[in-house]
Design a protein around this ligand. Structure first.
Ligand code: NAD
Ligand code: USQ
Length: 382
């Protein structure tokens, strides 16, 4: 298949592009490098050094003989988005290209507006470009488990069968997300579902849990193929942060009591889920949703697993929770769709954590310790 990976210079987009290329697909990459720009803005860098995209692409060609054509541009620029689809002529578009950090979206008004404009307008341009160039293109869109929030009923895969006053219907699962970032994903999901219904587009919305890990089979081939590994309190995700904090001998920063439970997924499963989704497209007009996570754990449980395995027995530190979120709640998620299509999950294990410790130990000298403390507050002074 011809598969275009939007956001292909990012944490997940880059290893996904390599995985799809290694599996024999013709892969193109698009990115506007804004993720590298946020690093400059926040005064941080990926713990693991990353090469410019041109070096990454050249290195992959040396290893695999495969080309990865690159489109540099911004999805909010409709002309760029149309031109890219016309030139590359994809069968599937994998869309990772959004601002993805909840704390970044909560910094202030400007960051909230930027996040929602970037994400919602980029996706809307893409939907129009697909409809106007080739409506058969399968859109594989990265959503997030956080779209659902933490409802007091089981979380289904995107849709809910409801009986109300004697009548029944199948409705989009109700959403109650916890940041302007997560809200942008809800807005995207509604726009995509509408385009499937109104224009007959085909789309898979992947509601992905928190990703952990840094290496896939392809990125491990060469240091120049490494993907980024964020540790700061804005872009670092919880399990990755805990591993890095442990390697630095610092206490693991559990926000509040740590009872908040999240769906998790290994980066090796992320790239495989994308392959499975792309190779098994939905029918025209179908808005298909998968919950892309493999296990769920509370934040305190994650901290305990990470701390127990570290030789220096790192402490857990409870910080006042900067976010507005339930710290004690029901959490039971259906996530069978991808497994039924063949996903064989890697669950969090001692082996994985040991290899992640090795990566964190190798590069911990690059961490700026003051960037580890959370600074973005969800609440507003009143
Ligand atoms: P990332 O920030 O590392 O990568 C996103 C890439 O998209 C970056 O390279 C960025 O430069 C690019 N981009 C952003 N806006 C763009 C635009 N308007 N035009 C062109 N390029 C643009 O993020 P990631 O961690 O790789 O996440 C990728 C996707 O997966 C995101 O949509 C995110 O919401 C979703 N997701 C991530 C996680 C996670 O734990 N990392 C979990 C669930 C869902
Ligand atoms: N948390 C801590 N301590 C920390 C960091 C986080 O207790 O040092 C807690 C947070 O309070 C939260 C949970 O861990 O309850 C997850 O936080 P996170 O920063 O790891 O993840 P989140 O903000 O939800 O966002 C990340 C990605 C985002 C993706 C989402 C998947 O950045 O792109 O959409 O995970 S999900 O959480 O399923 O929505």
């Amino acid at each position: 298949m011809r598969i275009l990976v939007l956001g292909g210079d990012g944490y997940l987009g880059w290893p996904t592009a390599l995985h799809l290329s290694a599996k024999g697909h013709d892969v193109g990459i698009a990115d506007n490098f804004v993720r590298r720009q946020y690093d400059h803005e926040l005064g941080v860098q990926s713990l693991v050094p990353i090469e410019p995209l041109s070096v990454r692409v050249r290195t992959w060609r040396e290893h695999s003989g495969n080309d990865l054509p690159v489109y540099v541009g911004d999805l909010t620029d409709a002309e760029f988005t149309y031109r890219m689809l016309r030139e590359f002529r994809p069968d599937a578009v994998v869309h990772f290209a959004e601002q993805r950090a909840a704390p970044y979206s909560m910094i202030d008004r400007a960051h909230a507006v930027y996040t929602q404009t970037n994400n919602v307008v980029g996706t809307l341009n893409l939907l129009y470009a697909i409809a106007d160039t080739n409506p058969d293109i399968h859109l594989v869109k990265l959503g997030t488990m956080g779209e659902y929030g933490t409802p007091n009923i089981d979380i289904e895969e995107g849709w809910l069968d409801v009986v109300h006053k004697g009548r029944s219907d199948r409705v989009l699962y109700p959403k109650r997300p916890g940041s302007f970032y997560h809200l942008s994903k809800v807005h995207d999901s509604h726009n995509i579902e509408f385009c499937c219904r109104a224009w007959g587009l085909r789309a898979t919305d992947l509601n992905q849990g928190v990703v952990y890990g840094q290496q896939t089979d392809q990125t491990a081939l060469d240091d120049r193929l490494a993907t980024r590994f964020d540790y700061d309190a804005v872009f670092g995700t919880v399990l990755n942060r805990f591993v890095i904090l442990a390697a630095l001998g610092r206490p693991l920063t559990v926000y509040g009591d740590g009872g908040q439970t999240r769906g998790l997924i290994d980066i090796r499963d992320t790239v495989e889920c994308i392959r499975i989704a792309a190779e098994n497209p939905p029918t025209a007009g179908e808005f298909r949703v998968f919950n892309q996570m493999t296990e769920s754990m509370s934040i305190l449980e994650i901290a305990k697993v990470v701390a127990d395995l570290h030789p220096d027995a790192v402490q857990v530190e409870h910080l006042a929770n900067p976010r507005v979120e339930l710290e004690s709640h029901y959490y039971n998620v259906t996530h069978t769709g991808l497994v039924e299509l063949g996903l064989q999950p890697h669950l969090l294990s001692e082996t994985l954590l040991t290899s992640l410790y090795a990566i964190a130990d190798r590069y911990k000298h690059r961490a700026e310790v003051e960037k580890l403390r959370p600074t973005v507050e969800w609440r507003r002074a009143r």
